[in-house]
Design a protein around this ligand. Structure first.
Ligand SMILES: Nc1ncnc2c1ncn2[C@@H]1O[C@H](COP(=O)(O)OP(=O)(O)O)[C@@H](O)[C@H]1O
Ligand SMILES: [Mg+2]
Length: 325
């Protein structure tokens, strides 16, 4: 029997940016050999985690078909996203794959009532034969994010808190009936007290709407709280990937260990900047021959400077590290 295509397949995807000019020209591998898949029938919350600059947004943009990989490919239900987002096809792709961004105040025009966006999205998608049906779809999406239609009517973006507005932008993403939502740092501008409530929404989407969520964050506390699986990135590479209950509870990669241990313990809602205090110049790590983490790794061996580590499976988790090679 033929195997059903994956909802999403990221196959050995690399993105090289050329930065600087002349003698200072540098080829930076913002994403290097990233691979993972999401199953069609089993919605899950898959987190891409890592410090700022590790390549999360670059990978997200390739998944959304906004940026072409230098090598490798991204397949959505078996078809390359580059094909699905060409010309007039983008609208249909966007119906199934929706993005939620960091700053909800940038998602909405400050001069337009928020409601108009929701109604417009509702009108453009699905077969709705009356204004009533258009409004019902909006009300239902708002209900899922815990907001009453009445509280949105005639209001402008500035009349909401960041957390409320982010919920509304998630509601808007839901109106199209997506199969996949990609949320890039959706709570990093939301009050600590509201972070968990926005994250909880992803669970509601997974369980009630059977939507898969790619949650992108530098915040391991929320990642631990909501994810089913997590991929930890360092300088363009996925260094560890597996069930969050394994990866963050018993990290295998020395980088994941340091990252996990740098999260402030008692209050998981507390702001964590995602910066670990290790000295050094970021681009230099990107350009390393062997393991990108070797210059900072407490367990580094001579081979780590010379050879790219293989990705191996250890106890149900994929680890890219010579310690397990
Ligand atoms: N368009 C671009 N041109 C050149 N370099 C880029 C571009 N976009 C991102 N980068 C670089 O790629 C690396 C990864 O960036 P990004 O994907 O934004 O990381 P993250 O989202 O994890 O913070 C960074 O070093 C960044 O400066
Ligand atoms: Mg980013």
């Amino acid at each position: 029997m033929l195997e059903a295509p994956k909802l999403l397949a990221v196959n050995d995807v690399t993105k090289v940016f050329t930065i600087g000019g002349g003698f200072h020209r540098v080829r930076l591998r913002a994403v290097e050999g990233a691979s993972f898949t999401l199953d069609e029938g089993e919605p899950e919350i898959f987190t891409l985690a890592g410090e700022s600059g590790c390549g999360k947004t670059t990978l997200a943009r390739m998944i959304l078909g906004l940026l072409e990989p230098t090598s490798g490919e991204v397949l959505y239900r078996g078809t390359p996203v580059q094909e699905l987002t060409k010309g007039g096809r983008r609208a249909q792709f966007n119906q199934e794959v929706q993005a939620v961004f960091q700053n909800p105040f940038e998602t909405f025009n400050p001069l337009r009532p928020v409601e108009t966006y929701l109604l417009e999205t509702s009108r453009n998608y699905g077969s709705k034969d009356s204004n009533g049906a258009v409004q019902d779809a909006v009300a239902e999406a708002l209900r899922l994010v815990g907001i009453d239609y009445k509280d949105v009517e005639r209001k402008y973006p500035h009349e909401f808190s960041g957390g409320q507005l982010q919920r509304i932008s998630i509601a808007r993403a839901l109106i199209t009936g997506p199969k996949l939502i990609l949320a890039d740092e959706p709570v990093s501008m939301v009050d600590a007290s509201l972070k968990m409530s926005v994250c909880n929404l992803f669970r509601v989407l997974r369980d009630e709407r059977r939507v898969s969520v790619i949650y992108i964050t530098h915040d391991l506390a929320t990642a631990y709280y909501v994810s089913d699986r997590i991929a930890v990135m360092f300088r363009g590479n996925i260094v560890e990937m597996g069930p969050v209950s394994k990866v963050l509870v018993d990290p295998k990669h020395p980088y994941t260990k340091i990252l996990r241990d740098s999260v402030p313990e008692p209050d998981p809602a507390k702001k964590w900047t995602g910066r670990i205090r290790l000295s050094g110049f970021e681009e230099r790590d990107f350009l390393r021959q062997g393991c990108k983490f070797s210059g900072r790794c407490p367990k580094a061996m001579p081979v780590c400077d010379e050879k790219v580590p293989p990705t191996v499976e250890v106890d149900g988790v994929l680890v890219k590290c010579h310690l397990y090679g």
